[in-house]
Design a protein around this ligand. Structure first.
Ligand code: AMP
Length: 283
């Protein structure tokens, strides 16, 4: 496995792969790799000749009150996992390699970034879209792999790539979960035993919402209200949002039809957790 800290090394590696006629898959991550990340790597390996994993805790997507400093950075473990999996290149740049000087240029996506996490985390998606643009420009992958766990992020990146005619395909992979349903996340490591015990309520509540739709409920305000109430049953959680939206454009709907995104975020003392389910509403 190759590792690189500099843009120059990555460009050289990728150019050589392209010259050999090999396709390149990119898996952008912030490290603290878990089985969710590993599923993206496996998907990239089955679709591309060469797989590049980036590990970069991107400061511009964290708000001033967020956990940038505390975010886990188990570099040696991450490199070991990538090596075991047969990743071709890990790009783990230091911050100044990506943000060399005071940047005046940002990539922003309108509308899709406004609801859900966009409302709670101002500037977050601007950081994500800007760093992904940089990574796409550096690696120039044929495909980049993202997780459905971060549904809004995947939608935003897809839209950015389409709107800016970026020459790559975005592949979105299913959410990987613990056996009790909790979506895998690097932030799960922050949870106290009591919080960990309550955390599955997120997925349970989303599933209950899906079951109500299957049982015939179509009023989205009713669905959201019940979802909110279910989440509130977790005594240690504060509900950040509970939303039933059009899965394509993240707009609110009065009456459920087509494809819906059921999305929720809760704040526990130690971590903020998000999850979602996509539901096809029967006609
Ligand atoms: P992160 O390191 O949290 O920025 O995540 C890197 C990528 O892994 C993103 O595309 C995430 O959506 C994806 N990811 C994170 N958790 C999961 C999960 N539980 N299942 C599938 N993909 C995930």
């Amino acid at each position: 496995m190759h590792t690189a800290e500099s843009i120059e090394e990555v460009r050289r590696f990728a150019a050589a792969a392209r010259q050999r006629g090999q396709s390149i898959g990119l898996v952008p991550t912030m490290g603290a790799l878990h089985a969710g990340h590993l599923s993206l790597i496996a998907a990239a390996q089955s679709a591309c000749d060469v797989v590049v994993v980036s590990i970069f805790v991107n400061p511009t997507q964290f708000g001033p009150q967020e956990d940038l400093k505390a975010y886990p950075r188990p570099k040696e473990d991450d490199l070991g996992r990538c090596r075991e999996l047969g990743v071709d290149l890990v790009f783990h740049p230091p911050v100044p390699e990506i943000y060399a000087s005071r940047s005046l240029t940002w990539v922003t996506v309108d509308e899709l970034t406004e609801p859900l996490c966009g409302q709670r985390r101002p500037g977050h998606f601007r950081g994500v879209t800007t760093v992904c643009t940089k990574l796409f420009n550096i690696v120039q992958p044929d495909k980049a792999f993202f997780g459905q766990k971060d549904a809004q992020q995947s939608l935003v990146i897809r839209r950015m790539v389409a709107d800016l005619n970026m020459p790559l395909e975005i592949v979105v992979c299913p959410t990987q979960r613990e056996t009790d349903g909790l979506a895998l996340s690097s932030r799960n490591a922050y949870l106290s035993p009591e919080e960990r015990q309550q955390a599955p309520i997120l997925y349970e509540s989303l599933q209950a919402c899906r079951d109500r739709i299957r049982a015939g409920e179509r009023d989205c305000r009713v669905l959201e209200g019940r979802l909110y109430a279910d989440l509130e049953r977790a005594s240690l959680a504060r509900v950040d949002y509970a939303a039933v939206l059009d899965a394509e454009n993240l707009r609110p709907m009065a009456w459920a039809c087509g494809q819906l995104l059921l999305a929720a975020a809760v704040c526990l003392d130690s971590a903020r957790l998000i999850d979602n389910i996509v539901v096809d509403v029967p006609d």
